[in-house]
Design a binder for this molecule. Structure first.
Ligand SMILES: N[C@@H](CCC(=O)N[C@@H](CS)C(=O)NCC(=O)O)C(=O)O
Length: 226
């Protein structure tokens, strides 16, 4: 087995996707946190897009730098027992598409949390809710395909966590109202050891503080009155 080093930023949902996959597949790894607001020069040279996650893979003589969470996760899945993607090529393609769909939800969630006005936050909340409503009709429960975790789960759980933390601050955004299977998905995810170990222990507080520190965030402004 190669050795792995995950380059992380503590609150990044894309990093958490890979960390959940590493933890769930019980792959040993080192982790190094960087400050994205002040990227170290070695990281700028290492990361082709200047983004986290980056997975540095040392395999014998080779050192290969992987980037893009979906690519990292598929690689980790391929080199470990028990696939987190369906065997059928058509379903596998559908799962890859749903992982991309989860990326769009990460964008909605970030925009909802950082929007400067109530109206804009509601607009992004609605966009997120539309996507979650689609998912509600497709997901088996408690996880995407049933009892077992899939790569769609490892890609979606980080956004479910952050969306819930955002709505805790501004319940009027009503993202999850009536979406009982999505709520159950979130609840099941929070019970997983792999999810707990994938993040720094105070991630919820860090995420809230990140929103609160943004002077222009309407959701963040709720922290002052929370
Ligand atoms: N498509 C990428 C997105 C990664 C991404 O956007 N990471 C953010 C942090 S959450 C980042 O590194 N941003 C730094 C920058 O854009 O300068 C993936 O799935 O890995």
């Amino acid at each position: 087995m190669p050795s792995f080093k995950l380059i992380s930023a503590a609150t990044c949902p894309f990093v958490q996707r890979s960390a959940i996959t590493l933890e769930h597949k019980q792959v040993p790894y080192d982790i190094e946190f960087i400050d994205l607001a002040d990227k170290p020069q070695w990281f700028v040279e290492l990361s082709p897009l200047g983004k986290v996650p980056v997975l540095v893979v040392r395999d014998g003589e080779r050192e290969i730098v992987l980037f893009e969470s979906a690519v990292i996760n598929e690689y980790l899945d391929e080199i470990t027992p028990g696939s987190l993607l369906p065997a059928d090529p058509l379903l596998r393609a559908r799962h890859r598409a749903m992982i991309e769909f989860a990326s769009a939800m990460i964008a909605d969630t970030w925009r909802m949390g950082t929007a400067s006005t109530r109206e804009a936050a509601h607009e992004h909340a609605l966009a997120l809710r539309h996507k979650l409503t689609r998912l509600e009709s497709e997901l088996v429960g408690p996880f995407f395909t049933g009892e077992e975790l899939s790569l769609v789960d490892t890609a979606t759980i980080p956004v479910l966590l952050r969306a819930v933390w955002t709505v805790e601050l501004a319940p009027e955004l009503a993202v999850f109202d009536g979406l009982d299977k999505i709520r159950a998905w979130h609840a099941a995810a929070t019970e997983l050891d792999a999810v707990e170990r994938s993040a720094v222990p105070n991630l919820r507080e860090l995420y809230r503080a990140y929103l609160g520190d943004r002077a222009d965030s309407w959701v963040g402004s709720k922290l002052a009155s929370a």
